[in-house]
Design a protein around this ligand. Structure first.
Ligand SMILES: *Cc1c(COP(=O)(O)O)cnc(C)c1O
Length: 368
């Protein structure tokens, strides 16, 4: 972890985003943010105190993340998406003991949860995951009724919910979501009393008919839009900014080049700033010669290839730029050229991948 790199996480932005999302769902619909991968790189350590007062539960990917939330003191609902660790009885037992709601998608998963419940002497709670077209986790919809029967027949396991996940809710074409929804709806008769849920951020924003009893937004909680097409549909505030400092500034004559492969040539006598962040810290190498950082409120283009732990930026047009200046690597201003959504576009990826990668190697600080 590098102390000289800081991800500042804005509590007020997260509160704003949660309020916006709550405003979209009917009263009584439970809000269960997805906090997998350390809150998409934003840092559970700093966000837990903010989120825990605003939500009805948490959804995580791995058992380890679920247990970490209990460790933090969360006594409420936790849904774990993945039922890995089939061969690790200690983890299986701990999940039951700590009342983590597990995902079931097969009879073998059911059998292993049942065995853990027997060992622990406590009833396990599960949600059934139905694959309605995404082709990932979940039992095919037509086999769901059979698995529901099997769970009901199992005294040690209590079925408390049923859910699915959309593959295309962030796209303009609405037909695939409609088809998935229809499949999901077809298995809901007879599931009264279960918590039914389906909506990720995009579905929450764009498909009110998917809200059911609970919603599972991830990226929108952190202030990014799930896709460019949804950018104007809800006002969100990005909650992360990433800062470094200029560790050196030097003059280079016209014609000098920069970085591995010498891919940049300075067209004039220039001043170059060294920023101690690179692809090892999650600043993608494909942003070389494309992105900008901000220093003293002005844009400084990334010149030459991004290295593992450092990169060079052109500060010629930034009067007074000097060692120690703050470098805003990522801006929380959604209109800035170095906002997460724009960097994602430049890197030909999605905002999720940018924040997940940037989160891991730096200090996280909660700001107001
Ligand atoms: C990651 C995930 C979500 C959240 O998706 P966003 O697009 O970030 O809102 C919801 N449900 C499941 C099953 C997921 O894996």
């Amino acid at each position: 972890m590098k102390n000289y790199l800081t991800a500042s996480i804005s509590a007020s932005a997260v509160r704003h985003n949660i309020a916006q999302l709550r405003g979209r769902v009917a009263p009584g619909v439970r809000l269960c943010p997805v906090v997998k991968d350390d809150c998409y790189g934003h840092g559970m350590e700093v966000l837990y105190p903010v989120l825990s007062g605003l939500v009805d539960g948490f959804a995580v990917a791995s058992p380890v993340e679920a247990l970490a939330l209990r460790q933090k003191g969360w006594h409420g609902f936790i849904l774990c998406f993945l039922s890995a660790y089939f061969d690790d009885f200690m983890v299986q037992d701990e999940l039951v003991w700590q009342e983590i709601t597990q995902t079931v998608m097969s009879k073998s998963a059911l059998a292993s949860i049942q065995a853990a419940a027997k060992r622990v002497g406590k009833r396990a709670r599960v949600h059934l995951k139905v694959d309605t077209g995404m082709g990932r986790m979940g039992i095919p919809a037509r086999q769901a009724p059979d698995l529901i029967q099997a769970i009901h027949a199992c005294a040690e396991v209590e079925l408390t919910g049923i859910y699915t996940h959309f593959a295309t809710a962030d796209e303009a074409d609405r037909s695939a979501v409609a088809a998935q929804l229809e499949q999901f709806a077809s298995i809901l008769p007879g599931t009264a009393g279960l918590v039914r849920h389906a909506a990720n951020s995009a579905a929450l924003i764009d498909f009110p008919e998917t809200h059911f009893d609970m919603v599972r937004p991830g990226i929108a909680v952190y202030g990014c839009h799930p896709s460019a097409h949804l950018r104007n549909s809800l006002e969100l505030k990005p909650c992360m900014s990433v800062k470094a400092q200029l560790i050196a500034v030097k003059h280079v004559p016209r014609g000098s080049r920069a970085g591995y492969g010498l891919t940049h040539e300075y067209a004039r006598d220039s001043r170059v700033g060294i920023v101690p962040i690179g692809y090892g810290d999650g600043y993608f190498r494909c942003l070389s010669n494309r992105a900008v950082v901000r220093i003293r409120g002005l844009d400084a283009p990334v010149c030459g290839r991004v290295s593992m732990d450092q990169m060079t930026v052109d500060v010629t047009d930034i009067p007074g730029a000097q060692v120690g200046d703050e470098v805003e690597v990522i801006s929380a201003d959604p209109a800035a050229p170095n906002c997460v959504e724009n960097l994602a576009r430049l890197a030909d990826t999605i905002p999720y991948e940018i924040t997940c990668h940037l989160g891991h190697n730096m200090r996280h600080v909660l700001i107001g």
